[in-house]
Design a protein around this ligand. Sequence first.
Ligand SMILES: Cc1ncc(COP(=O)(O)O)c(C=O)c1O
Length: 480
Amino acid sequence: MSTLPPGPPLAGGIAGPDGLRPLLAVVLDALRDGATARGGPLPAGGPDAVTAWVREAAEPVLPEHGTGAEEALRTLVTAVARGAADPADPLCAAHLHTPPLALAVAADLAASALNPSMDSWDQAPAASELEAVLTRALAAEVYPHAKDPDALVTTGGTESNQLGLLLARERHGAVQVICGAGTHHSVQRAAWLLGLPEPVLVPGPSDGLDLAALDQALTDLHGPLLVAATAGTTDTGRIDPLAEIADLCERHRAELHIDAAYGGPLLFSQEHRARLAGLERAHSVTLDLHKLGWQPVAAGLLAVPDRAGLAALGHTADYLNADDDTEAGLPDLLGRSLRTTRRPDILKVAVTLRALGRTGLGALVDRTCAAARQLADLVEKTPGLELYERPPISTVLFRPTGATDEQTAAIRRTLLTGGRAVIGRARADGRLWLKATLLNPHATPGDLTALIQEVLIELVLVEGGTPDDRHARNRTRPAS
Ligand SMILES: Cc1ncc(COP(=O)(O)O)c(C=O)c1O
């Protein structure tokens, strides 16, 4: 009888780690080599440069005969790392795009190797129990006085907001959503997806919710109402006045969903948690630990004060949660998500919470918020730059004094395509601002100064200098 040649090793089982170890060494070297070749927060040269060498690395996509694990890992991981916008670089600060903690990434490797699927107990006996323990504990952080709080694990703020609106619709029918101008766009899309009326936008200070305007809207509108407030808007990080909004909702018998995708982790900080007072009065709360929680994507949650409120998601598929299996004591997991196959995203979260503890996580939150205040101080001290407002969490909006929107946008793009800095943009007060969303807890004062320096160099153009002046300063990195 002829024996088959051994196939590529599997990641699981007793032999799995031995198969993985040499490959991990290749991956780690490729990550380092890619970051070295990049030499900054993102690749220089813009989309054309990246397209050229990614295509070269990626072809042939499906060769007739494979190149082998080491070559494939080395080539493609190096290419993706070389072309990454790397949030671990302090000059990569555009979005709520977090630099993941090494320990969370290590835990995620275990999740991939074991590959539990969270849709049935027979695919995830321990992971599903860990999820049950973790989700209850995290929900209790949001709802400390609730009897039976719980949370669903999601792919992020978008799915959490969708589920929050879905649960409200299941409770009350076609709820009318009321929100502020800065509400995340996923709320609008969720209303569209769920067949709800188009959300009513209440005017407010900047991108927040104005209480008098909200009161008026709640008075004028009829039928089941759901206010969607935000604890940490995407553009400015502002936190709506949650307790006052909860009062208004109670008075008008409206439901309250709070999108705390960004600001939720302030709960871990002694210094900042009081700013979320009122969160516990919402019918549902979006949390997202792949923002201010330093988790690799995905790590979203939707918390509710009463587990029974999740019953609307119950669903039976005989192959996953047959009634007789459930009656015999096998946990029924299908109602924990609208997805079927689902990664055990809670493992990395559990490892992070245990490894750092409340004080460790709180310290990361505090350092990040402090870095944002330092950046705001720097902007205020720098002639030629204007600060939008003191940062509510870790987002700093600033712009060159007197620049047009087009000039401001051009500064951002030039830094981006030059591979020098990743800064975001936000419209506030009718003007375009540069947006630094700081999530890197290790950013130093020197890093913040470097970020401002990069913007100042581009200001030469705004002040009427020529591109030659700019090149004379020799700041554009050559395309790597
Ligand atoms: C306030 C807020 N809510 C929801 C989301 C959506 O989160 P995700 O991209 O994880 O789906 C974001 C994304 O930045 C956000 O800022």
